[in-house]
Design a protein around this ligand. Sequence first.
Ligand SMILES: CC(C)(COP(=O)(O)OP(=O)(O)OC[C@H]1O[C@@H](n2cnc3c(N)ncnc32)[C@H](O)[C@@H]1OP(=O)(O)O)[C@@H](O)C(=O)NCCC(=O)NCCS
Length: 225
Amino acid sequence: MILKKNRRKPEPGMTAPRDLTAAEAEAAPAPCAPPEGQVLEVYPVQFSITLRLANRDDLPRLEWFGQLIHYRQIFLRTFADQQAGRRLMLVADVGNFPVGQIWIHLSDAEYDERYRQRRGYLYALRVLEPFRGKGIGTRLIQRAESLLVERGYRWSVIAVTKDNNAARRLYERLGYRVFTDDPGEWQYVDHLGNVHVVKEPSWMLQKRLQSEPAAAQTDRPVSEE
Ligand SMILES: CC(C)(COP(=O)(O)OP(=O)(O)OC[C@H]1O[C@@H](n2cnc3c(N)ncnc32)[C@H](O)[C@@H]1OP(=O)(O)O)[C@@H](O)C(=O)NCCC(=O)NCCS
């Protein structure tokens, strides 16, 4: 196997660098080589996280350097829906970069009929990996709930795939309870025009929203009205 990583065009007058063989790349380090991954310094930083609605400039950044590029069309459509008042795109911003995202589907006729209640549907919650476990997901959900309360919603609904126990625990800690399941079938067109059919069997969880500030909400069971 030939490794071509980091291959650069040679400067004029220089010979081209030879490709490393796999054996060379995996060779034991020389005795004088520094320990791989050696920690040189650790220092604390403090920064603010801003929760805000997405703007047009966020659209390319929401792709997280290519990680979510396949959702480009979805981001565009969701943003158009935000402009039309049908959805909200809430982001957690660090240094003008959206490190966390959650979308809110505001209740529409189809949802009202399906659930017999005016419900806001929270979805597409994700936090960029290095920023996980720091409370951003929790704050995004709580702020999304506040946005629903401000708009007169009494219920919030969220789905979680059946294999995502960690996220389900998080939602249950925030007061959500499973009320049904869903085949989780949907499809999207990626940035290259390919259609993807997704099947993600999911639990549907709901929460009765309080009118107090979201942070004061208690973790108590909810019942269907
Ligand atoms: C789930 C997710 C949004 C939580 O965001 P977060 O900022 O890490 O959440 P918080 O710091 O507020 O809370 C951490 C909780 O999330 C849970 N969690 C779920 N997936 C996690 C992950 N990949 N990394 C860290 N924590 C995760 C933790 O177990 C923790 O709950 P616990 O305290 O009961 O153990 C984030 O982990 C994520 O983006 N995961 C991948 C995408 C995903 O699974 N989204 C949910 C789709 S339903």
